[in-house]
Ligand binder design. Structure first.
Ligand code: OOB
Length: 562
């Protein structure tokens, strides 16, 4: 039985949906069709270059491979509405498989290459996935082995069949080999006709993005074809992406930023070309920019800082016209160096997988570009900045950002309790970001009131870290907080009160978390053993005081605390 695609999601209320259609925000066409139409407009133009393997495809070749892959997935027993956890490095297999899913109505769940047993089990079980796509090995880690280890847990939890799709030479006969799956087909005309006839509906779920970590485990964000296409097309317009754009995808493609802001989808929809690279490491990135004539790239501030450093010796990456920076607040001083040192226009992007995208515009004055995170993309985005009682704060005052709009879904997937906290009854998403609005209408992100640590753009849930540390018998109380870091912005520090007569070390905590199997970026990098944790007047742990405390301690140690 095909699974109802919109089950456990919160649709936009019909009057809003009708307005989004009437005003042309929602095209009413599934992403797979839009991508095929874009490729028909310039079939012989280059569409994809995989910098790691050298594979290069035109728009027609890419579209035909995507169709062939979609047909093979259907022929091997997957159906529209089924989910595939996609955990692949940036490269052609990621691109072809993800687009094939969109074309066939199969829903990719965008896992990160860094995820390990705990996250992957959670995502697979929550999404009731039928399959997982993994590299054979990546950076020395045996992803294929882990995918097989998951099999029993996932089958027990969901009763689903479970297939492992492997990119690389290690696929055993029971696995699907992604290289075969993504190879050219024999009959592109027949493939196309079949897929055109069975396309998903525009309001169906297109894909699941992962939430940026405020609750214990990541939540799934169901993005529809209509809303995500709008997200991508609008971002392409604001970034000046047209059919002459060459976009470097070197941040993980599973992130909303690199996938659709404008990222892979926005660039292909505009008829441009995407160059994939598995790492944003400056030497490799600069080489790819020069070789492929890259005009647009996206970076988190930590990556932008390394590119700036590299350019001082290596010179600017000449073809680059626009560098988007987002995922975390870029310090104003760093922002001011982007244009003179890299020779590219800076675009600040303040976005979230939950929807709302704010950005500076390419023709904004330098001061706006370098000191603000921009303004909403859509005329229909609604933004409120509120105080602790949800009352609007006056312009210029910091307030907690609430938002609604045509590409901001109204709830997480299958998460009624979290939805009650993260969304107001009338559908506003509580982003947890504390912002101020400038007189020109731009937003400045001043901080946050959510319990998350932003490590160079990777979001870590403090609650998840604490849950894992609490499993150690020697730990009586723990609080995970952000500590300042000059390279990454923030890293994880844990404050621990040990049981009487016991003690615990950072190594033990990290080893324990690695045994459980979590992404390495979530491991704490500093431990403060204390006798008690500061608490607020209502008896909650005072994380603000702890953040200030660790910053002070670091300043004393290295003079680098701020
Ligand atoms: C992007 O998406 P997520 O879902 O990984 O994280 C969203 C959160 C925001 O709520 C905010 O706390 C933070 O990341 N953030 C920024 C920021 N961009 C994101 N904080 C300050 N300044 C910025 N420029 O991170 C994301 C999604 C789409 C495009 C760009 C980033």
């Amino acid at each position: 039985m095909p699974r109802p695609i919109g089950e456990h999601t919160t649709p936009w209320p019909e009057p809003d949906a009708a307005r989004y259609v009437a005003e042309g925000y929602w095209a009413g066409v599934p992403l797979g069709h839009l991508l095929r139409a874009a490729s028909d407009r310039a079939p012989d133009a280059p569409a994809l270059a995989d910098a790691a393997t050298g594979l290069a495809l035109t728009h027609r070749e890419l579209a035909e491979r995507v169709d062939a892959t979609a047909v093979r997935l259907l022929d091997r027993g997957l159906s529209a509405g089924d989910r595939i956890v996609v955990q692949l490095a940036n490269g052609s297999a990621f691109v072809i498989l993800t687009l094939a899913c969109l074309r066939a109505g199969i829903v990719p769940v965008m896992a990160l290459p860094a995820h390990r047993r705990r996250e992957l089990t959670h995502l697979s079980v929550l999404s009731e996935a039928s399959a997982i796509a993994v590299p054979d090995t990546l950076n020395g880690f045996d992803h294929r082995g882990l995918a097989h280890e998951l099999t029993e847990n996932v089958r027990n939890a969901t009763g689903e069949r479970w297939q492992v799709l492997v990119d690389g030479p290690g696929a055993d006969p029971a696995d699907m080999d992604l290289r075969t799956l993504c190879a050219p087909g024999d009959d592109p005309v027949a493939d196309r006709a079949r897929l055109d006839a069975t396309a998903p509906g525009p309001r169906d779920v297109a894909l699941f993005l992962l939430s940026g970590g405020t609750t214990g485990s990541p939540k799934l964000i169901a993005r529809t074809h209509d809303d995500y296409a709008y997200n991508a097309v609008l971002s392409a317009g604001a970034a000046g992406v047209g059919d002459d754009a060459v976009y470097l995808a070197s941040l993980p493609l599973a992130h909303n930023f690199a996938l659709a802001c404008p990222g892979l989808l926005g660039v292909l929809l505009a008829g441009g070309r995407v160059v994939t690279l598995p790492t944003p490491e400056p030497r490799a990135a600069f080489a790819a920019i020069a070789e492929h004539g890259v005009t647009h790239a996206a970076a988190v501030p930590a990556v932008a800082a390394r590119w700036l450093e590299h350019a001082v010796g290596a010179g600017p990456p000449a073809p680059l016209r626009v560098l988007q920076v987002g995922g975390a607040r870029i310090p104003d001083e760093l922002a001011r160096r982007v244009s003179p040192v890299l020779g590219a226009r800076l675009q600040q992007v303040f976005g979230m997988a939950e929807g709302l995208l704010c950005c500076t515009r390419l023709d904004d004055p330098d001061d706006v570009v370098c000191t603000t995170q921009g303004r909403p993309l859509s005329p229909h985005d609604e933004v409120r900045l509120v105080d602790g009682d949800d009352r609007d704060v006056p312009d210029g005052e910091p307030g907690s950002l609430l938002t609604r709009g045509p590409y901001t879904p109204r709830g997480y997937y299958r998460a009624p309790e979290q939805n009650a906290r993260a969304f107001t009854p009338d559908g506003w998403y509580r982003s947890g970001d504390v912002c101020r609005r400038t007189p020109g209408g731009n937003l400045v992100v001043e901080g946050r009131d959510k319990d998350m640590i932003n490590r160079g753009g990777e979001k870590i849930s403090a609650e998840e870290v604490e849950n894992l540390v609490y499993r150690l018998p020697a730990v009586r109380q723990v609080a995970a907080v952000a500590m300042p870091d000059p390279a990454l912005g923030e890293r994880v520090c844990v404050y621990v009160v040990a049981q009487p007569g016991s003690t615990v070390t950072l190594d033990e905590i990290r080893a324990h978390m690695e045994t459980v199997g979590v992404a390495r970026f979530t491991l704490p990098e500093r431990l403060e053993l204390v006798d008690e944790l500061a608490s607020t007047t209502v008896g909650k742990i005072d994380k603000k005081a702890l953040r200030a405390d660790v910053a002070r301690r670091m300043e004393r140690e290295h003079g680098t605390g701020a």
